[in-house]
Design a protein around this ligand. Structure first.
Ligand code: TXA
Ligand code: MG
Length: 316
Protein backbone atom coordinates (compact mmCIF):
# COMPACT_ATOMS: atom_id res chain seq x y z
CA UNK A 1 0.00 0.00 0.00
CA UNK A 2 1.08 3.54 -0.65
CA UNK A 3 2.67 5.50 2.13
CA UNK A 4 1.10 8.94 2.71
CA UNK A 5 3.38 11.70 3.95
CA UNK A 6 4.70 15.20 3.58
CA UNK A 7 8.36 14.34 2.96
CA UNK A 8 9.48 15.88 -0.31
CA UNK A 9 12.78 13.94 -0.13
CA UNK A 10 10.99 10.58 -0.23
CA UNK A 11 8.93 11.70 -3.22
CA UNK A 12 12.08 12.94 -4.92
CA UNK A 13 13.93 9.64 -4.39
CA UNK A 14 11.06 7.61 -5.89
CA UNK A 15 10.78 9.96 -8.87
CA UNK A 16 14.52 9.90 -9.51
CA UNK A 17 14.37 6.09 -9.51
CA UNK A 18 11.72 6.19 -12.27
CA UNK A 19 8.72 5.49 -10.03
CA UNK A 20 5.39 7.31 -9.96
CA UNK A 21 4.23 9.36 -6.96
CA UNK A 22 0.94 11.06 -6.02
CA UNK A 23 1.39 14.84 -5.80
CA UNK A 24 -0.90 17.61 -4.53
CA UNK A 25 -1.80 20.57 -6.71
CA UNK A 26 -4.28 23.37 -6.21
CA UNK A 27 -6.63 21.80 -8.81
CA UNK A 28 -6.61 18.04 -8.20
CA UNK A 29 -4.00 15.46 -7.16
CA UNK A 30 -1.66 14.28 -9.92
CA UNK A 31 0.00 10.94 -10.64
CA UNK A 32 3.51 12.16 -11.34
CA UNK A 33 6.52 10.68 -13.09
CA UNK A 34 9.69 11.93 -14.78
CA UNK A 35 8.37 13.43 -18.03
CA UNK A 36 11.70 12.82 -19.76
CA UNK A 37 11.80 9.12 -18.90
CA UNK A 38 9.60 7.04 -21.24
CA UNK A 39 9.49 4.13 -18.77
CA UNK A 40 8.13 6.36 -16.02
CA UNK A 41 5.60 7.79 -18.48
CA UNK A 42 4.52 4.28 -19.48
CA UNK A 43 4.00 3.45 -15.81
CA UNK A 44 1.65 6.45 -15.49
CA UNK A 45 -0.46 5.17 -18.40
CA UNK A 46 -0.49 1.64 -16.97
CA UNK A 47 -1.41 2.63 -13.41
CA UNK A 48 -4.26 4.86 -14.62
CA UNK A 49 -5.37 2.39 -17.26
CA UNK A 50 -5.26 5.34 -19.61
CA UNK A 51 -5.35 4.97 -23.41
CA UNK A 52 -2.07 5.93 -25.07
CA UNK A 53 -3.80 8.48 -27.32
CA UNK A 54 -4.56 10.72 -24.31
CA UNK A 55 -1.61 13.11 -23.80
CA UNK A 56 -0.28 14.22 -20.39
CA UNK A 57 0.32 17.63 -18.82
CA UNK A 58 3.94 18.50 -18.02
CA UNK A 59 4.49 20.38 -14.75
CA UNK A 60 7.42 22.66 -14.06
CA UNK A 61 8.30 25.47 -11.67
CA UNK A 62 9.81 28.25 -13.78
CA UNK A 63 9.87 30.02 -17.11
CA UNK A 64 13.56 29.20 -17.54
CA UNK A 65 12.85 25.51 -17.39
CA UNK A 66 9.83 25.90 -19.66
CA UNK A 67 12.07 27.18 -22.44
CA UNK A 68 13.90 23.86 -22.42
CA UNK A 69 10.69 22.02 -23.36
CA UNK A 70 9.00 24.30 -25.90
CA UNK A 71 10.20 26.05 -29.05
CA UNK A 72 7.98 29.11 -28.80
CA UNK A 73 5.78 30.97 -26.32
CA UNK A 74 3.33 33.16 -28.27
CA UNK A 75 2.57 36.61 -26.83
CA UNK A 76 -0.88 35.65 -25.58
CA UNK A 77 0.54 32.59 -23.83
CA UNK A 78 3.23 34.69 -22.17
CA UNK A 79 0.69 37.24 -20.97
CA UNK A 80 -1.48 34.52 -19.46
CA UNK A 81 1.47 32.80 -17.82
CA UNK A 82 2.64 36.08 -16.33
CA UNK A 83 -0.84 36.81 -15.02
CA UNK A 84 -1.80 33.40 -13.69
CA UNK A 85 1.22 31.12 -13.07
CA UNK A 86 1.62 29.42 -10.74
CA UNK A 87 -2.04 28.57 -11.16
CA UNK A 88 -4.83 26.46 -12.68
CA UNK A 89 -4.05 27.19 -16.32
CA UNK A 90 -2.44 24.81 -18.84
CA UNK A 91 -0.92 26.14 -22.06
CA UNK A 92 -0.51 24.08 -25.25
CA UNK A 93 2.84 25.04 -26.77
CA UNK A 94 5.02 23.63 -29.60
CA UNK A 95 7.25 20.97 -28.06
CA UNK A 96 10.95 20.34 -28.34
CA UNK A 97 12.27 16.84 -29.12
CA UNK A 98 13.37 16.51 -25.47
CA UNK A 99 9.75 15.78 -24.52
CA UNK A 100 9.04 12.14 -25.46
CA UNK A 101 6.28 11.57 -28.04
CA UNK A 102 4.65 9.27 -25.53
CA UNK A 103 3.89 12.27 -23.29
CA UNK A 104 2.08 14.16 -26.06
CA UNK A 105 0.56 11.10 -27.76
CA UNK A 106 2.43 12.09 -30.89
CA UNK A 107 1.07 15.66 -31.01
CA UNK A 108 3.42 18.50 -31.89
CA UNK A 109 2.29 20.53 -28.88
CA UNK A 110 2.93 19.82 -25.22
CA UNK A 111 0.54 20.81 -22.41
CA UNK A 112 2.44 22.66 -19.65
CA UNK A 113 1.67 24.39 -16.41
CA UNK A 114 3.24 25.66 -13.19
CA UNK A 115 0.97 24.38 -10.40
CA UNK A 116 0.32 26.49 -7.35
CA UNK A 117 1.04 24.25 -4.39
CA UNK A 118 3.96 24.93 -2.03
CA UNK A 119 4.95 21.27 -1.51
CA UNK A 120 4.85 20.45 -5.20
CA UNK A 121 6.65 23.65 -6.22
CA UNK A 122 9.33 22.79 -3.71
CA UNK A 123 9.58 19.28 -5.15
CA UNK A 124 9.74 20.57 -8.74
CA UNK A 125 12.49 23.03 -7.83
CA UNK A 126 14.58 20.21 -6.42
CA UNK A 127 14.29 17.99 -9.53
CA UNK A 128 16.29 18.30 -12.71
CA UNK A 129 13.38 17.05 -14.82
CA UNK A 130 9.72 18.14 -15.23
CA UNK A 131 6.84 15.97 -14.02
CA UNK A 132 4.24 14.48 -16.32
CA UNK A 133 1.08 14.22 -14.23
CA UNK A 134 -2.47 13.39 -15.18
CA UNK A 135 -5.13 13.50 -12.50
CA UNK A 136 -4.48 10.57 -10.13
CA UNK A 137 -7.70 8.64 -10.78
CA UNK A 138 -8.42 5.52 -12.83
CA UNK A 139 -9.22 6.66 -16.40
CA UNK A 140 -12.77 7.99 -16.69
CA UNK A 141 -13.44 8.24 -12.93
CA UNK A 142 -13.78 11.33 -10.71
CA UNK A 143 -10.53 13.24 -10.10
CA UNK A 144 -9.02 13.09 -6.57
CA UNK A 145 -8.93 16.19 -4.37
CA UNK A 146 -7.29 14.60 -1.31
CA UNK A 147 -4.34 12.24 -0.79
CA UNK A 148 -6.78 9.69 0.65
CA UNK A 149 -8.79 9.68 -2.62
CA UNK A 150 -5.57 8.71 -4.42
CA UNK A 151 -4.77 6.02 -1.86
CA UNK A 152 -8.30 4.60 -2.08
CA UNK A 153 -8.07 3.99 -5.81
CA UNK A 154 -4.43 3.68 -6.78
CA UNK A 155 -2.80 2.96 -3.41
CA UNK A 156 -1.69 -0.56 -4.32
CA UNK A 157 0.19 0.71 -7.38
CA UNK A 158 1.81 3.90 -6.08
CA UNK A 159 4.60 3.72 -3.49
CA UNK A 160 4.22 7.24 -2.09
CA UNK A 161 1.59 9.98 -2.01
CA UNK A 162 2.70 13.45 -1.02
CA UNK A 163 -0.10 14.75 1.19
CA UNK A 164 -0.67 18.46 0.70
CA UNK A 165 -4.16 18.61 2.19
CA UNK A 166 -7.42 19.09 0.27
CA UNK A 167 -7.03 20.79 -3.12
CA UNK A 168 -7.76 24.51 -2.81
CA UNK A 169 -9.54 24.89 -6.16
CA UNK A 170 -10.89 21.39 -6.69
CA UNK A 171 -11.40 21.29 -10.45
CA UNK A 172 -8.80 20.58 -13.15
CA UNK A 173 -6.87 23.33 -14.89
CA UNK A 174 -8.29 25.26 -17.83
CA UNK A 175 -6.52 24.21 -21.06
CA UNK A 176 -5.83 26.78 -23.78
CA UNK A 177 -4.01 26.53 -27.13
CA UNK A 178 -2.84 29.14 -29.63
CA UNK A 179 -2.84 27.49 -33.05
CA UNK A 180 -2.85 29.97 -35.95
CA UNK A 181 -2.71 32.80 -33.41
CA UNK A 182 -6.26 32.06 -32.21
CA UNK A 183 -6.53 31.46 -28.47
CA UNK A 184 -8.81 28.44 -28.01
CA UNK A 185 -9.98 26.92 -24.74
CA UNK A 186 -10.15 23.11 -25.00
CA UNK A 187 -11.12 22.37 -21.40
CA UNK A 188 -13.01 24.63 -19.01
CA UNK A 189 -11.43 24.47 -15.59
CA UNK A 190 -10.14 26.18 -12.48
CA UNK A 191 -9.24 29.44 -14.27
CA UNK A 192 -12.53 31.11 -15.19
CA UNK A 193 -13.00 32.31 -18.77
CA UNK A 194 -13.74 35.91 -17.82
CA UNK A 195 -10.38 36.13 -16.05
CA UNK A 196 -8.60 34.85 -19.16
CA UNK A 197 -10.51 37.25 -21.40
CA UNK A 198 -9.61 40.16 -19.17
CA UNK A 199 -5.96 39.55 -20.11
CA UNK A 200 -6.07 38.59 -23.80
CA UNK A 201 -9.56 39.52 -24.98
CA UNK A 202 -12.21 37.16 -26.39
CA UNK A 203 -11.18 33.52 -26.79
CA UNK A 204 -12.79 30.73 -28.75
CA UNK A 205 -14.12 27.76 -26.76
CA UNK A 206 -14.05 24.25 -28.22
CA UNK A 207 -14.99 21.85 -25.51
CA UNK A 208 -17.95 20.11 -27.11
CA UNK A 209 -16.22 17.65 -29.37
CA UNK A 210 -16.99 14.07 -28.42
CA UNK A 211 -14.74 12.34 -30.91
CA UNK A 212 -11.57 14.39 -30.85
CA UNK A 213 -8.77 12.24 -29.48
CA UNK A 214 -6.65 15.39 -29.26
CA UNK A 215 -8.14 16.18 -25.87
CA UNK A 216 -9.89 13.18 -24.36
CA UNK A 217 -10.71 15.23 -21.29
CA UNK A 218 -13.29 16.56 -23.72
CA UNK A 219 -14.87 13.14 -24.14
CA UNK A 220 -18.33 12.66 -22.79
CA UNK A 221 -18.58 9.99 -20.13
CA UNK A 222 -15.55 11.29 -18.30
CA UNK A 223 -15.17 12.38 -14.67
CA UNK A 224 -18.00 9.94 -13.93
CA UNK A 225 -19.11 8.22 -10.72
CA UNK A 226 -20.03 4.52 -10.95
CA UNK A 227 -23.68 5.24 -10.17
CA UNK A 228 -25.85 6.74 -12.91
CA UNK A 229 -26.00 10.52 -12.60
CA UNK A 230 -28.88 12.62 -13.90
CA UNK A 231 -28.16 16.30 -14.45
CA UNK A 232 -31.48 18.06 -13.81
CA UNK A 233 -32.68 21.00 -15.90
CA UNK A 234 -32.25 24.36 -14.14
CA UNK A 235 -35.01 24.87 -11.57
CA UNK A 236 -36.26 21.25 -11.69
CA UNK A 237 -36.42 18.95 -8.66
CA UNK A 238 -36.46 15.15 -8.64
CA UNK A 239 -39.47 12.95 -7.84
CA UNK A 240 -39.51 11.65 -4.24
CA UNK A 241 -37.32 8.53 -4.20
CA UNK A 242 -35.87 6.59 -1.25
CA UNK A 243 -33.13 5.08 -3.34
CA UNK A 244 -31.92 8.37 -4.83
CA UNK A 245 -29.21 10.78 -3.74
CA UNK A 246 -28.64 14.38 -4.76
CA UNK A 247 -25.82 16.83 -5.31
CA UNK A 248 -27.27 20.29 -4.72
CA UNK A 249 -25.86 23.79 -4.91
CA UNK A 250 -27.27 25.66 -1.88
CA UNK A 251 -29.98 23.59 -0.23
CA UNK A 252 -31.29 20.02 -0.21
CA UNK A 253 -34.34 18.90 -2.21
CA UNK A 254 -37.55 17.80 -0.50
CA UNK A 255 -38.48 14.19 -1.28
CA UNK A 256 -34.91 12.88 -1.06
CA UNK A 257 -33.47 11.60 2.22
CA UNK A 258 -31.23 14.30 3.74
CA UNK A 259 -28.55 11.68 4.46
CA UNK A 260 -28.37 11.06 0.72
CA UNK A 261 -27.76 14.68 -0.21
CA UNK A 262 -24.60 16.75 -0.38
CA UNK A 263 -24.67 20.55 -0.52
CA UNK A 264 -21.89 22.25 -2.50
CA UNK A 265 -22.12 25.69 -0.89
CA UNK A 266 -24.90 26.79 1.48
CA UNK A 267 -23.90 30.43 0.90
CA UNK A 268 -23.91 30.06 -2.90
CA UNK A 269 -20.15 30.57 -3.29
CA UNK A 270 -19.03 28.95 -6.57
CA UNK A 271 -15.40 28.68 -5.45
CA UNK A 272 -16.46 26.76 -2.37
CA UNK A 273 -18.72 24.62 -4.54
CA UNK A 274 -15.82 23.72 -6.87
CA UNK A 275 -13.68 22.76 -3.89
CA UNK A 276 -16.39 20.32 -2.75
CA UNK A 277 -17.58 19.00 -6.11
CA UNK A 278 -15.49 15.85 -6.58
CA UNK A 279 -15.36 14.85 -2.89
CA UNK A 280 -19.15 15.12 -2.67
CA UNK A 281 -19.60 13.07 -5.84
CA UNK A 282 -17.34 10.38 -4.40
CA UNK A 283 -19.27 10.38 -1.14
CA UNK A 284 -22.58 10.03 -3.01
CA UNK A 285 -21.13 7.23 -5.11
CA UNK A 286 -20.41 5.27 -1.91
CA UNK A 287 -23.96 5.56 -0.47
CA UNK A 288 -26.61 2.82 -0.65
CA UNK A 289 -28.51 4.54 -3.47
CA UNK A 290 -29.25 3.63 -7.09
CA UNK A 291 -29.12 7.02 -8.75
CA UNK A 292 -27.60 10.48 -8.20
CA UNK A 293 -29.48 13.65 -9.19
CA UNK A 294 -27.35 16.73 -9.72
CA UNK A 295 -28.53 20.31 -9.74
CA UNK A 296 -26.83 22.52 -12.36
CA UNK A 297 -24.73 25.46 -11.14
CA UNK A 298 -25.22 29.07 -12.26
CA UNK A 299 -23.32 29.73 -15.50
CA UNK A 300 -20.78 32.18 -14.14
CA UNK A 301 -17.21 31.94 -12.80
CA UNK A 302 -16.32 28.30 -12.03
CA UNK A 303 -19.97 27.31 -12.59
CA UNK A 304 -19.24 26.77 -16.30
CA UNK A 305 -16.50 24.23 -15.58
CA UNK A 306 -18.59 22.46 -12.93
CA UNK A 307 -21.57 22.15 -15.28
CA UNK A 308 -19.20 20.79 -17.92
CA UNK A 309 -18.00 18.06 -15.53
CA UNK A 310 -21.55 17.20 -14.45
CA UNK A 311 -22.68 16.97 -18.07
CA UNK A 312 -19.87 14.56 -18.88
CA UNK A 313 -20.48 12.55 -15.71
CA UNK A 314 -24.13 12.23 -16.67
CA UNK A 315 -23.51 10.38 -19.92
CA UNK A 316 -23.70 6.68 -19.12
O1 TXA B 1 -5.37 20.43 -13.15
C1 TXA B 1 -4.86 19.63 -13.94
O2 TXA B 1 -4.69 19.91 -15.13
C2 TXA B 1 -4.45 18.27 -13.38
C3 TXA B 1 -3.31 18.47 -12.39
C4 TXA B 1 -2.73 17.17 -11.89
O3 TXA B 1 -2.32 19.27 -12.98
N1 TXA B 1 -4.09 17.39 -14.44
C5 TXA B 1 -5.01 16.86 -15.30
O4 TXA B 1 -4.47 15.98 -16.20
O5 TXA B 1 -6.19 17.14 -15.26
P1 TXA B 1 -5.34 14.99 -17.09
O6 TXA B 1 -4.36 14.12 -17.74
O7 TXA B 1 -6.36 14.33 -16.26
O8 TXA B 1 -5.98 15.91 -18.16
C6 TXA B 1 -5.13 16.48 -19.11
C7 TXA B 1 -5.90 16.86 -20.33
C8 TXA B 1 -6.38 15.66 -21.13
O9 TXA B 1 -7.74 15.84 -21.43
C9 TXA B 1 -5.55 15.72 -22.39
O10 TXA B 1 -6.25 15.26 -23.49
C10 TXA B 1 -5.23 17.19 -22.51
O11 TXA B 1 -5.01 17.58 -21.19
N2 TXA B 1 -3.98 17.41 -23.25
C11 TXA B 1 -2.73 17.11 -22.86
N3 TXA B 1 -1.83 17.43 -23.81
C12 TXA B 1 -2.54 17.95 -24.83
C13 TXA B 1 -2.19 18.47 -26.11
N4 TXA B 1 -0.92 18.53 -26.52
N5 TXA B 1 -3.20 18.94 -26.90
C14 TXA B 1 -4.48 18.90 -26.48
N6 TXA B 1 -4.87 18.41 -25.28
C15 TXA B 1 -3.91 17.94 -24.46
MG1 MG C 1 -8.08 13.53 -15.67
Amino acid sequence: MAQLGTDKEIAKAFLEAGNVVGIPTETVYGLAGNALNPDAVLTIFRVKNRPAFDPLIVHTDSFDKLNQFVTDVPDQARQLAEAFWPGPLTLLLPKRALIPDLVTAGLSTVAVRIPNHPLTLDLLRSLDFPLAAPSANPFGYISPTTAQHVADQLGDQVPYILDGGPAGIGIESTIIGFENKVATVFRLGGMALDQIERIIGPVSVQTHSTSNPKAPGMLSSHYAPRKPLILLPLGASPQPNERAGALVFREPFGGIDGKHQRTLSPTGDLNEAAKNLFAHLRALDALPIDIIYAEPLPNEGLGWAMNDRLRRASVQ
